[in-house]
Write a protein that binds this ligand. Sequence first.
Ligand code: ATP
Ligand code: FE
Length: 335
Amino acid sequence: CYILGIESSCDDTAAAVINNGVVLSNVVATQKIHEEYGGVVPELASRAHQQNIVPVVHQALRKANIDKKQLNAIAFTRGPGLMGSLLVGTSFSKSLAMGLGIPLIDVNHMQAHILAHFIKAEGQSEPNFPFLALTISGGHTQIVKVTGYFEMEVIGETIDDAVGEAFDKSAKILGLPYPGGPLIDKYAQQGDPKRFKFTKPKVSPLDFSFSGLKTAVLYFVEREVQKNPNFISENIVDICASLQFTIVDYLMDKLKNAVKQTGIKEIAMGGGVSANSGIRTALGAAEKRYGWKTHIPKFEFCTDNAAMIAMVGELKFKHQIFAESNVAAQARMKL
Ligand code: ATP
Ligand code: FE
């Protein structure tokens, strides 16, 4: 069956068509407007979604080479996310489903990041239940125990900033453009990870905290720049390598705690930060050292995308789980 997925929770307008787990099209319009503000501006995001949504859906259908009349259902992101952004996708999806007379399926964005692993694509593998999902992005940092497609329990999460924010805010302090995560990663690969020491924040074994790290980076940089105004430019690769080493080590500590506590050794990583070379290498090493089985989706299914929304739509469609006709967007939404 053909399912159209629509994603508009943050600053990417996305649409995708899936057919039996195979992605026929996966279109994303990334909003450039936020770059000059160094972060997502909600008002600008919802306006851009309004401009993008029709062309993005058209393009998804055209690339999938199907007509909208062939669609069996429409799946959309109900939450969590920015209210104004979610409203655009929700109202559009409702109207389109009503107009076509097909079922509407509401999708939890965080569940979708996890179920993206079930997309059938070359280079990615399906996890077996039960598994632990590590979802790391610009808005979230969670460890989830997954026992079934729709049975998920958050066993650890950040108490303040998300890990992607830790990358982006540190990058901003270092004078790097937004989003800084990929740049820190690039520099880190040429630097010495042991050169500078950043302490890992202490919270309960499965939870995360990143706001202290950003402050630590700020104080460290300010202190060093006072001594040497060129400190950042002269040491950028070592600063990035040390910072990335600390963050990756911290993520791995938490995963090890989760494996110990649950006895589950199968790990599925997702979210934009899973592009990071450090965490990828660390997970690969853990496979060998601890006998874990790890899964990383293709990059296009890691960052915010509609293919994962369509994937959940398909699973729900097969289980006949549909949205109520009065379904509303929800900024905060539990798994
Ligand atoms: P959410 O998925 O929670 O709604 P989001 O839209 O910000 O939030 P993604 O698009 O999944 O999330 O991820 C973007 C984040 O990933 C940014 O914070 C970005 O800096 C970070 N990121 C991307 N590539 C890398 C990398 N190679 N290393 C570190 N961080 C990275
Ligand atoms: Fe996301």
